[in-house]
Design a protein around this ligand. Structure first.
Ligand code: URA
Ligand code: SF4
Length: 252
């Protein structure tokens, strides 16, 4: 299988290939450039942007080993009561790419790893479509490390209690780009409320790290038409990453 066949297969698995083709016209390549309107606009970090709550003394400055141990024993919010396993995060600890979801579901709570259920399969396919793998140059984490009961959204106080862990993960990884998966991730990382629709297609700032927003894979599983938009977002993320890397190369 050559590269373009492999890519087409990924897109088919993601369920976006036919939709993308339909919009782009027959025979159009899946490598279609991003619409011109979606240029990279780095937003000025706004003063009211408080990306994450300040870390408690314990999380700030921790190394990976200490941080993992701290999360494994954490009882800082009510979510610890219902969890089976904490879900710390997984991947390359020096990745350029950081994908952030909402919180563990049932499968993740049972296995202790993020995005291993149905939504995780779609996320893996989304990563593969842009030639990424969850363990190579990618790190995957969540806003909260313990499963909210019945898969409800994490509450504000729970997300705030857990934020220092993700903040420290970000400090240790130093990713070039963060991709927020869904509204809960976006709102918590940006520190302001806004819709996914309004946040897509721009490069935002998360404490000095560029951040882009796309739909959550679990939402995409329920809402087929938006898969094409997620593909646009992934292409946008790739071009943002390329821009960041060439800007860095030029600066050195
Ligand atoms: N949904 C998420 O937001 N995170 C996971 O780890 C799994 C499903
Ligand atoms: Fe601790 Fe986060 Fe789990 Fe709450 S969700 S108990 S803050 S690890």
């Amino acid at each position: 299988m050559n590269d373009s066949q492999r890519r087409e297969e990924m897109l088919r698995e993601m369920g976006i290939s036919p939709i993308w083709r339909l919009r782009a016209g027959p025979g159009a390549a899946v490598d279609e450039p991003m619409p011109a309107a979606r240029t990279l606009i780095a937003e000025e970090p706004s003063p009211q942007t408080a990306p994450l709550a300040p870390p408690p003394a314990e999380a700030g400055g921790m190394d990976w080993t200490a941080l993992k141990a701290c999360v494994a024993d954490c009882t800082a919010c009510g979510l610890h009561k219902g969890r089976n396993k904490t879900v710390f995060g997984v991947g390359d600890e020096r990745a350029n790419w950081l994908f952030v979801g909402e919180g563990p579901g049932a499968d993740e709570d049972a296995q202790g790893e993020p995005f291993v259920g149905q939504a995780g399969k779609l996320l893996d396919n989304m990563l593969a479509a842009i030639h990424l793998k969850r363990d190579t140059n990618v790190y995957i984490a969540n806003i909260v490390k313990c499963r909210p009961p019945g898969n409800r959204n994490p509450q504000t106080d729970e997300a705030a209690a857990c934020a220092p862990y993700l903040k420290r993960q970000i400090e240790l990884i130093r990713p070039k780009l963060i991709v927020a998966l869904g509204k809960v991730a976006a709102v918590n990382l940006l520190g302001r409320d806004a819709s996914i629709a309004s946040l897509r297609g721009s490069v935002h700032d998360c404490g000095g790290i560029p951040l882009i927003v796309t739909y959550h894979p679990a939402y995409l599983l329920r809402t087929l038409p938006d898969k094409a938009k997620a593909w646009e977002d992934l292409c946008f993320a790739v071009s943002a990453m390329q821009g960041l890397q060439s800007a860095q190369a030029a600066a050195t």
